[in-house]
Ligand binder design. Structure first.
Ligand code: FMN
Length: 171
């Protein structure tokens, strides 16, 4: 919906935690939500705020390539990125060229080894191998997750507070 302070959440979520944050945000403030794969420039134009959310995979935010493509054409929008990962903070997240000035927020998601599929299962196997051979090169937070088969749920709606401030023009 197009209003004076309208917000669109664009999200990419592999296993549901980023989508959950998108839904929590939409419960707190009137927002529309759109999966990143459906993005078209014409769909973004009517909004004042664009909150681009994506799951972190190998230190990169999935779905940001779409933002990279359109960012230079967004003149009237306030854009922010919310990365959702399993690490305690977003300090290791790599932001692609052209987006370094975009306000960046981070939220912790969910790590569920029973849900991982396809390429992700392979990657996790490789990470575990790395851990057994070169454990110095694996960050501590990742060691704890890789050594366990348990589900770690770090989801917390309080991570959205800085995003709400941004939407309200306070950040
Ligand atoms: C193959 C793989 C690689 C991952 N790499 C990272 C990473 O580099 N940094 C991080 O913080 N989390 C990483 N994660 C954890 C996910 O970002 C986390 O589970 C997140 O909540 C997934 O979001 P989603 O449920 O919306 O897909 C990785 C997960 C998988 C399966």
């Amino acid at each position: 919906m197009q209003t004076e302070n309208s917000t669109l959440i664009v999200y990419n979520s592999q296993y549901g935690s980023t989508k959950q944050y998108a839904e929590w945000l939409a419960e707190q403030r009137e927002c529309d939500c759109l999966p990143a794969k459906e993005v078209k420039l014409s769909l973004l134009r009517p909004y004042v705020n664009l909150i681009w959310m994506g799951n972190v995979r190998e230190n990169r935010v999935e779905g940001l390539d779409r933002l990279q493509k359109v960012y230079s054409k967004l003149k009237d929008q306030r854009v922010a990125v919310l990365a959702v990962g399993a690490a305690p903070d977003g300090s290791e997240v790599i932001i692609p060229g052209g987006l370094s000035e975009v306000p960046f927020f981070y939220a912790r998601g969910r790590w569920d080894p029973t849900a991982f599929k396809g390429m992700d299962q392979m990657l996790i196997k490789m990470m575990r191998l790395m851990l057994s051979k070169k454990s110095d090169e694996v960050p501590d937070w990742q060691k704890e997750l890789l050594e366990s088969e348990e589900v770690f749920d770090f989801m917390d709606a309080a991570y959205l507070d800085p995003v709400l401030d941004f939407m309200a023009g306070r950040a």
